[in-house]
Design a protein around this ligand. Structure first.
Ligand code: PEP
Ligand code: MG
Length: 821
C-alpha cells in the first residue's frame, strides 16, 4: 500500500496558476527522489488533453502513460492551496493531489478521494486544515470516510434557518427547484440538516439530507453572490417551493383500500390504488433490458469522453420526452423529465464517476457504481416519497448506461390489449406506453407518489402499485381485472366480477361519453351566441385527433414542434407535405398556422440561437424569424404552397411593435407573390403588453388577433411561466390579464377584426366562460378539453357570461376571480 509521508504534503500554499501549483507538487516529488523533474512537463501535457479537476476543490494532475519511465517510485504529493487556484473552466482547486504512478498502488488514494468528493464538509476541512497529519490520514484511509467527528458539519459564512413546511419534506420537486435557483448564483451554497450537509447545487446531495416536514434546515453561503443567493432562497422557501397546483393534481389517490375489502369473487392480489378506473384484459409481463459492460478500461480520457457523450445523448432524449409529455399532458407532468436532467448534471455523481474512471475503470462501470450507490442510499431513506426517487435515479442511470454497454433482452412492449405487469415502471417506460394497448398498469413495488402513478393518471390509465412480487409470477395471457379504484388485481374474474367491473366502467365514463357524444354540436349558448371551439395542435396525428374530438378547426398550430428532435430544419418540401396532410385531415375546416416561435424556453440546438442573459426578453418569436429571414421565408413559402389544399390563416407570434409586424407582413406578401398563392387571412398573437397598448394600430394591419394567455400572463405579471416558485401565481385569470384582454377586444372591435384565444385559460371551464363573456369568438384549446369546453358553453347563456366577465374585471386578484365559479 502506498504511503504518503509528511514531506510530500505542503499546506497553506498559494499558487499564481495551474502550472505554478503543478510545479510545486513536482518539486515535492523530485525532492523526495520519486520522479525525474521532466515528469512535470508530462503532467502539463495531460492538462492539455484532459482537465484533471475532480470536483469539490480537488484536482489530480498526473502525467501521460508514455512518460512512466520518468517515475522512479510511485508516489503522490499534496499541495494545499486554501485560497484556491484556477483550474480552468471556472473550477478552483484547493487540494492538488499530484500522482506519479508506475503501477496501480495509488488507486487506494483515489478511492479515498472519492469519499472526500462526496462530502463537502470533509473536502472543505482538507482544503483548510493546518494539520498535515489530517490530510495524510484521510488520503491513506486511516480516517473513516464519514467520520463526522473529524469532519463536523459546518455552515458557510452567512446563513439562515428555515423549517421545511411541505407535507413531503424536501422531496424531489422542491429540491429540484432549489437546485435550479442555487445554480444561478456564483456562490457555494450549503444546506445542513442536523449533522448532514448537502450541496445546494446537487439534487442527490439535497435528497440525502432526509429533511422531512418540520425539519430545521440551515442554509448557508459563501462567495461573490452569497447575499443575493441567500435572499433568493429565503424568498423561495417563504413562497413554498412546491407547485401547489401540481401537488394537488398529483396527490396520491387517497388512502389505499385493499382489494380484500371489495366484493370480487376471483382471487385478488391486493395493492395500492394509484390511478382510478377498471380494466379487463389479459396480463402481459414487461421485461426491461439488461446492460453489460467491462469493469476496467485502458485509457481514462477515452472513457471520460464516452461518458460525456452518453450524458449528452441522454440529456437530448430527456429533452425530447419533456417536449412530448409537455405537448400531451402539459408542463407540470413534463417536469419529471426536467428533474431527470437535473440528476444527469448532478456534480456529485459526475465527479464520483470521473474519479473511478481516473482509477482505470470503464465509463459503464464508473457510471453504474456512482448511480447505484446513490440510488441505494435514497431507497434506504425512511421517507417513502424520497425513497421513490431511487427509481428515478436508476431510470436516469439506465438511460446513460445503455449508451455505454451492450444491451441485451430488450424492453418488451405488448402488441395486443393487456394489463401491463412490471416490478416497477420508470417514467421513461411509462412515457412510451401505447395507451390503445395498455388498458391497465400493475406494479409489484412502487407507491402512490411514484411517477408510474403520476404518469398513469396523466394518461388516464387505471393503475395499481405495490401489489407484491406474486404478480411477477403470473403467466402472460392470464385473464385479469385491474381495479385501479379499489387497488387490486383480480385473477380469472368470474362472470359476476366482469359484470360488476363493466358497470363501474360505464358509470365512470358516462359523463365523458355524454360530452363526447355531443362533441360535434356547436358551442351555442342558451341565448343563441356561437363560440368556435378549435384545437391547439403540433403534428399531423393531432390534426386528425382534433377533428375526432369535435374541433371546429385549428386555432394554433405550434410549428416549432416540426423543428425539434432533428439536426436540421425541415425543408420547404417537407413542410409543404406536413401542412398539406394537416389540411387534408381538416377536410375544409380552417387552420391557423403560427410561424416559428422559438427562443425563450424553446431552444433548438441546430438553429444556433444566441446565448442570452434573459432569453424570454430576447430574440424570440417573430424577432427570431426577422433575424433568420431564410428560415422564415422557407416556412412562409411552404405555408403558401400548402394553402391551395384548404383554408389557411397565418399568425405571427410575440409581436410587440408595429415595425416588426410591418416587416413580417412585407416579407409574407413578397413570398405570397413569388409562390403565386391566394391571399390568406393574416393575424398576430397578442401576448406582450405593448401589443395590447398598440392594439388599435396593430388591428388596422391584420385580419384577426389571438390572445396568447400563457405569455401575456407571464409578461403582464412579470412572472416566468416556468418559474419554480412563481409559476403557480401566474394565473391567466388574474384581473390584470383580463383587463388587458378586455382592452384588446375593444380595440379590435373598433377596427372591425375578430379576436380568439389560444392560451391555457381558454381550456379552463371558468376561463372559457369569462373569455366568451369578454367578447372572444374563438377558443383554441388542447384536444382533450374540446368536448368539455363546448359542453360548458352550451350550458350557459352569453348574458350570464358577460355578467361573469364584468365581475371578474372588477376583482382584485386571481383568487377572487376563481371564487366567482
Ligand atoms: C401563449 O403564449 O399563450 C401561447 C398559446 O403560445 P405558447 O404557449 O406556444 O408560447
Ligand atoms: Mg406564447
Amino acid at each position: 500500500m502506498l504511503t504518503l509521508t509528511n514531506d510530500l504534503v505542503a499546506i497553506g500554499q498559494t499558487a499564481t496558476d495551474k502550472a505554478d501549483a503543478i510545479a510545486q507538487a513536482v518539486d515535492l516529488l523530485t525532492a523526495a527522489g520519486k520522479i525525474d523533474p521532466r515528469y512535470g512537463a508530462s503532467m502539463m501535457g495531460r492538462e492539455q488533453v484532459a482537465n484533471t479537476f475532480l470536483g469539490n476543490g480537488i484536482a489530480i494532475p498526473h502525467g501521460l502513460p508514455k512518460d512512466r519511465d520518468l517515475i522512479h517510485d510511485t508516489a503522490i504529493a499534496v499541495v494545499q492551496i486554501p485560497a484556491g487556484v484556477d483550474w480552468g473552466s471556472g473550477d478552483r482547486a484547493r487540494l492538488v493531489v499530484a500522482i506519479a504512478a508506475r503501477s496501480d498502488e495509488h488507486l487506494a488514494v483515489l478511492t479515498n478521494l472519492t469519499d472526500v468528493l462526496g462530502d463537502d464538509a470533509v473536502a472543505d476541512k482538507l482544503a483548510t486544515t493546518t494539520d498535515v497529519a489530517e490530510i495524510v490520514a484521510r488520503l491513506t484511509g486511516q480516517a473513516p470516510a464519514n467520520d463526522t467527528a473529524t469532519a463536523p458539519a459546518t455552515d458557510l459564512g452567512d446563513s439562515f434557518t428555515v423549517t421545511i413546511a411541505g407535507p413531503h419534506g424536501l422531496h424531489a420537486r422542491p429540491a429540484t427547484a432549489l437546485v435550479s435557483l442555487a445554480k444561478g448564483y456564483d456562490a457555494d451554497i450549503r444546506l445542513r440538516h442536523g449533522d448532514k450537509v448537502g450541496n445546494a447545487k446537487s439534487l442527490i446531495s439535497l435528497l440525502r439530507l432526509g429533511a422531512d416536514q418540520g425539519a430545521e434546515v440551515t442554509v448557508s453561503a459563501e462567495g461573490p453572490q452569497a447575499p443575493e443567493a441567500l435572499d433568493a432562497l429565503r424568498a423561495a422557501f417563504a413562497q413554498g417551493l412546491e407547485d401547489e397546483q401540481d401537488s394537488v393534481d398529483d396527490a396520491p389517490a387517497g388512502p389505499a383500500p385493499v382489494a380484500a375489502a371489495l366484493d370480487w369473487e376471483g382471487k385478488t392480489l391486493p395493492g395500492i390504488s394509484s390511478s382510478p378506473g377498471y380494466a379487463l384484459a389479459p396480463v402481459f409481463q414487461f421485461l426491461r433490458e439488461d446492460v453489460s459492460f467491462a469493469t476496467d478500461a485502458d485509457d481514462p480520457s477515452t472513457e471520460q469522453a464516452r461518458l460525456d457523450a452518453a450524458l449528452q445523448t441522454a440529456w437530448r432524449q430527456l429533452e425530447a420526452l419533456y417536449e412530448d409529455v409537455w405537448k400531451k399532458s402539459g408542463p407540470a407532468k413534463a417536469q419529471i423529465f426536467r428533474a431527470h436532467q437535473e440528476f444527469l448534471g448532478d456534480p456529485e455523481m459526475i465527479e464520483a464517476a470521473a474519479a473511478l474512471i481516473s482509477q482505470g475503470r470503464s465509463a459503464g462501470f464508473a457510471w453504474n457504481t456512482a448511480v447505484s450507490e446513490r440510488a441505494d442510499m435514497l431507497s434506504g431513506m425512511p421517507d417513502a416519497t424520497l425513497a421513490a426517487r431511487a427509481a428515478d435515479l436508476r431510470d436516469v442511470g439506465l438511460r446513460v448506461l445503455k449508451q455505454l454497454g451492450e444491451v441485451t433482452g430488450g424492453a418488451r412492449l405488448p402488441d395486443q390489449p393487456c394489463i401491463l405487469v412490471a416490478d416497477d415502471l420508470t417514467p421513461s417506460d411509462t412515457a412510451q406506453l401505447d395507451k390503445a394497448l395498455v388498458k391497465g398498469l400493475c406494479t409489484a413495488s412502487g407507491g402512490p407518489t411514484s411517477h408510474t402513478s403520476i404518469i398513469a393518471r396523466a394518461l388516464d390509465i387505471p393503475a395499481v402499485v405495490g401489489a407484491g412480487p406474486a404478480v411477477l409470477d403470473l403467466a402472460n395471457g392470464t385473464a385479469a381485472l385491474l381495479d385501479g379504484t379499489g387497488g387490486g388485481l383480480v385473477l380469472d374474474p368470474t362472470a359476476a366480477d366482469t359484470r360488476h367491473a363493466e358497470a363501474a366502467m360505464n358509470d365512470l365514463v358516462a359523463q365523458r361519453e355524454t360530452e363526447a357524444r355531443d362533441r360535434f354540436k356547436p358551442a351555442i349558448t342558451t341565448d343563441g351566441a356561437r363560440v368556435e371551439v378549435v384545437a391547439n395542435i403540433s403534428d399531423v396525428a393531432e390534426a386528425t385527433a382534433a377533428i375526432d374530438a369535435g374541433g371546429e378547426g385549428v386555432g394554433l398550430l405550434r410549428t416549432e414542434f416540426l423543428f425539434v428532435n432533428r439536426d436540421h430544419a425541415p425543408t420547404e418540401d417537407e413542410q409543404v407535405a406536413i401542412y398539406s396532410a394537416m389540411l387534408d385531415a381538416m377536410n375544409g375546416l380552417p387552420i391557423i398556422i403560427r410561424t416559428l416561435d422559438v427562443g425563450g424556453d424553446k431552444e433548438i440546438p441546430y438553429l444556433r440561437m444566441p446565448v442570452e442573459e434573459n432569453p424570454f426578453l430576447g430574440t424570440r418569436g417573430i424577432r427570431f424569424c426577422l433575424t433568420h429571414e431564410a428560415i422564415f421565408r422557407t416556412q412562409l413559402r411552404a405555408i403558401f404552397r400548402a394553402s391551395a389544399r384548404g383554408p389557411v390563416r397565418i399568425m405571427f407570434p410575440m409581436v410587440a411593435m408595429t415595425d416588426e409586424l410591418d416587416d413580417a407582413l412585407r416579407i409574407a406578401e413578397e413570398v405570397r407573390a413569388e409562390v403565386g398563392a391566394e391571399h390568406a387571412e393574416m393575424g398576430i398573437m397578442i401576448e406582450v403588453p405593448s401589443a395590447v397598448m398598440m392594439a388599435p394600430e396593430l388591428a388596422r394591419r391584420v385580419d384577426f388577433f389571438s390572445i396568447g394567455t400563457n405569455d401575456l400572463t407571464q409578461y403582464a405579471l412579470a412572472m416566468d411561466r416556468m418559474h419554480p416558485t412563481l409559476a403557480r401565481k401566474a394565473d391567466g385569470l388574474h384581473p390584470a390579464v383580463l383587463r388587458l384582454i378586455d382592452q384588446t377586444v375593444k380595440a379590435a372591435a373598433r377596427a372591425g377584426i375578430w379576436v380568439g384565444a389560444c392560451g391555457g385559460v381558454a381550456g379552463d371551464p371558468l376561463g372559457a366562460r369569462i373569455l366568451a363573456g369578454l367578447g372572444l369568438v374563438e377558443l383554441s384549446v388542447s384536444i382533450p378539453s374540446i368536448p368539455s369546453v363546448k359542453a360548458e358553453l352550451r350550458a350557459t347563456s352569453m348574458e350570464d357570461n358577460r355578467a361573469l366577465a364584468g365581475r371578474a374585471l372588477g376583482c382584485a386578484d386571481a383568487a377572487a376571480v376563481r371564487a366567482l365559479a
